[in-house]
Design a protein around this ligand. Structure first.
Ligand code: RB5
Length: 150
């Protein structure tokens, strides 16, 4: 599995921790976004990078980090085919996969602690999509995308 991860400056420190965590498990990472926590970097650019990596097939899933997780989740969800939830605990991360077939998770570096963030990342990568009635809802989302994305 290849993961595209990117953050703005607010997410820089957590991003480094997540990358180290993923690499320690042998997971390949495409890294993007802020070069440091001190140099402002726009979460719109970071989110765009992740969405393009996932939609092009360069990455299987994405991990998006900003201060709250909100701004970058709004950005990636502007791309047709991206399903991203901002998660604040492991249960939400697991459900984003099981019920929503999320292909990107957004995390707020100023909201959750490092241990919770890593547990969410693990849940997001391990969990499968439950399909069945949830597939019907994802299909409905795709219908909405086809209607509303120009
Ligand atoms: C950056 O200060 C902050 O606005 C950003 O990281 C994020 O929280 C926006 O949603």
């Amino acid at each position: 599995m290849i993961i595209s991860i990117a953050s703005d400056h607010a997410g820089y420190d957590l991003r480094q921790k997540v990358i180290a965590h993923l690499e320690s498990k042998g997971i390949e990472v495409i890294d993007g976004g802020a070069e440091s926590a001190d140099k402002p970097y726009n979460y719109v650019e970071a989110g765009t990078k992740i969405a393009e990596d996932v939609l092009s097939g360069r990455a299987d899933r994405g991990i998006a980090i900003c201060g709250t997780g909100i701004g970058i989740s709004v950005v990636v969800n502007k791309f047709k085919g991206i399903r991203c939830g901002t998660c604040t605990n492991e249960y939400m991360a697991r459900m984003s996969r099981q019920h929503n077939d999320a292909n990107v998770i957004a995390i707020g570096a100023r909201v959750v602690g490092q241990a919770v963030a890593l547990a969410m990342v693990d849940a997001f990568l391990e969990e499968g999509f439950a399909g069945d009635r949830h597939q019907e809802r994802v299909n409905d989302i795709k219908t909405l995308e086809n209607r509303n994305f120009k």
